[in-house]
Design a protein around this ligand. Structure first.
Ligand code: AMP
Length: 405
């Protein structure tokens, strides 16, 4: 692929324009990174007020499978990426026949279906060194009767369209699994072993069309109610031996998938024999996200290059320099709850106090309505030392009433 450079007018006088399928916050931050480099952007999203559509030069308000919308996107774009993993793969396939599309439809399709995702990750385990937790596929009620014992107690998860802990039910027995499966609508599911977590982490890798590959330092992630609450990225956040293993597993996965673009791989770190987190803790791969990830937002302020800059570069076939973390970093997610008081009465967060704290960087996504659990923004905290970052994060969390201190 010939690199797509910014700022050079095309033969018809237009600026090189990058397309993005999806208008959420990840699309918004991709658009902002692309525009900083001088690209124009076009967003396809049905919502006329979408976070990415608000800031993009062009916005096509159409559904993902709308033929006219896709034709317009193709016509405007030099290359196209996606920010939302449930963009229908056929739409990406149509676009991919005419323009560079990264990630491609095949990689996105794997991530959209837990059955395909786990099967592929299990197949790659021999090379990556890390496989998924034991699981069974449930297509019909009778499949529950034959699930292996090691999947119980387990989490029953819908095969498609689940995110942030949605579409998941904890079950202890096959009888409970049958009831839960009905509650989930009798759709294809996977039942996976409920593992004793010591911690969770993720790695973001960027791979270009020419096999260049770089990754960000490992983020240690804390979830609350299935939603990411905090990412901590600094020396000593996890045992170094574990970090090496997840870094290398992530690179193998990206390489073996022939992935182009930014990929996030989420890992479970299990308790060791003493029930602790240690260098001996077993690892399992949880899931992959074919796009930048919430756990990589810290890189916008704590690193020489952000995951969105990497997404732009990988899409355009530009150099991918090794990211250099320059600050101990913590990311606090800001859910709609921060704007809601008792009885869901609206309340104004105390930005005055938060922004007075040194090393705080506020990112809000332009969403007009706050709802509980809705991702409205994030607060990055950068400092010279992990201790200083933690102290500021603790103070900011206390001011905002976040579930972390
Ligand atoms: P998911 O949406 O599948 O990534 O799940 C959301 C969160 O639920 C994870 O980040 C974990 O904190 C927890 N979780 C999911 N699957 C398991 C599992 N098999 N064992 C223990 N905890 C899990």
């Amino acid at each position: 692929m010939k690199p797509i450079y910014p700022g050079a007018a095309l033969a018809d006088g237009r600026q090189p324009t990058l397309g993005v399928m999806g208008g959420g916050q990840l699309g918004r931050m991709f658009v902002q990174a692309a525009q900083r480099m001088g690209y124009f952007t076009v967003v396809l999203d049905a919502d006329p007020a979408s976070p990415a559509g608000q800031v993009s030069q062009y916005h096509i308000a159409a559904d993902y499978l709308d033929e006219q919308g896709l034709a317009q996107l193709m016509q405007r774009s030099a290359a196209i990426t996606t920010e939302f993993e449930n963009v229908p793969a056929p739409a990406l396939m149509t676009l991919g026949a005419h323009r560079p599309v990264a990630p491609n439809a095949e990689c996105v399709a794997i991530a959209q279906d837990r059955r395909a995702e786990k099967a592929r990750l299990a197949e790659l385990a021999a090379r990556s060194g890390v496989g998924p937790v034991p699981y069974a596929v449930i297509e019909k009620a009778v499949d529950i009767t034959t699930v292996p014992d090691d999947c119980l107690p387990g989490l029953l998860k819908t095969a498609t369209l689940g995110y942030d802990g949605k579409g998941q039910i904890k079950v202890n027995t096959r009888a409970q699994a049958t009831i839960a499966w009905k509650q989930l609508g009798g759709v294809p599911c996977v039942l996976e072993q409920l593992v004793p977590l010591a911690a969770e982490c993720s790695v973001i890798v960027a791979r270009g069309p020419d096999d260049q590959m770089v990754s960000l330092p490992v983020a240690r992630n804390t979830h609350v109610n299935g939603i990411l609450a905090v990412s901590e990225v600094f020396e000593g956040n996890l045992p170094a031996a574990l970090k090496d293993k997840v870094q290398s597993a992530t690179q193998v996965i990206a390489q073996e998938l022939g992935y182009v673009g930014v990929l996030c791989v989420e890992f479970f770190i299990l308790q060791d024999a003493a029930g602790q987190l240690s260098a001996d803790s077993p690892l399992a791969v949880n899931e992959i996200a074919p796009r930048p990830h919430n756990s990589g937002h810290w890189s916008m302020d704590g690193c020489s290059i952000s995951q969105f800059d990497l997404q732009v570069r990988a899409l355009c076939g530009l150099p991918l320099p090794t990211p250099r973390q320059h600050s101990a970093s913590i990311m606090l997610n800001l859910l709609g709850d921060v704007w809601l008081g008792e009885g869901d009465t609206p309340k104004a967060p105390n930005w005055q106090a938060v922004l007075a704290l040194p090393g705080t960087h506020l990112h809000l996504y332009g969403k007009l309505e706050a709802r509980r659990g809705r991702k409205m923004g994030h607060l990055n905290i950068t400092a010279d030392t992990p201790e200083a970052a933690r102290e500021i994060a603790r103070q900011a969390a206390a001011v905002l009433g976040l579930p972390w201190a």
